[in-house]
Write a protein that binds this ligand. Sequence first.
Ligand code: 5GP
Length: 252
Amino acid sequence: MFARQKLYEGKAKIVYATDDPDVFLTHFKNDATAFNAQKRGQIAGKGEINAAISSHLFQLLEANSIPTHFIDRPTAEDMRVKAVKIIPLEVVVRNIAAGSLCQQTGLELGAVLKQPLVEFYYKNDALGDPLLTRDRLLLLELATPEQLDQLQQMALRINELLSAFFQQCGITLVDFKLEFGLDRNQQILLADEISPDTCRLWDQGETDPDRRVMDKDRFRRDLGDVEGAYRRVLERVLNQPVQPLVQEPVQE
Ligand code: 5GP
């Protein structure tokens, strides 16, 4: 398997075609950006750490019946994935109020939501990734109503699984962003990455609102020790085995 043509270079990853048209190679970079790339920097070791965390979490989700693009991790900073066409949506799931939810609604940082909130943002840098309504999403034909329902259900199930997993790590999963893609059979697969770049993760062993932060907010807010925090997430994640976690919901 050889990486060939560069298909796409994003802020944190590069996607290459391979000699198999059904397989892409994703290279994780150390580059870090925030606030729609207005803030830029590097986090030492980030590519390797995020590739390792993502690989572990994708395998965990696969073991719990979530279809993902993950195939394997041939080198420290690379993941082989199934070729998909990315749906231009950022699907955000929130358990606790933070970030833009606080800024836009006035909810207090740390307020526990009565039920998880699923939000859809338009993945479009030029427009600044705006929050979409269901009707706007359908107007733009970013997904069909059936696909939208499926994305919502998958996002909620992934939240149950990841929340339970991170709980075992002594980490609270505050919120996170997912991306999905369509394979050649139009099947929806979870794609992109799941890492401290894309999740808010709070250390349950810390009460201080800054010290507890184990994710990219350390970079966004200049809290320091970004690499150390990412490494601590990696250690705890790798300490937990990949296994079926929560019972499948009972079908009526
Ligand atoms: P917020 O809307 O509060 O800024 O972000 C909610 C969650 O989604 C956070 O965990 C944040 O890291 C993640 N998120 C939202 N948009 C992006 C994005 O464009 N890139 C990355 N890496 N994460 C995002």
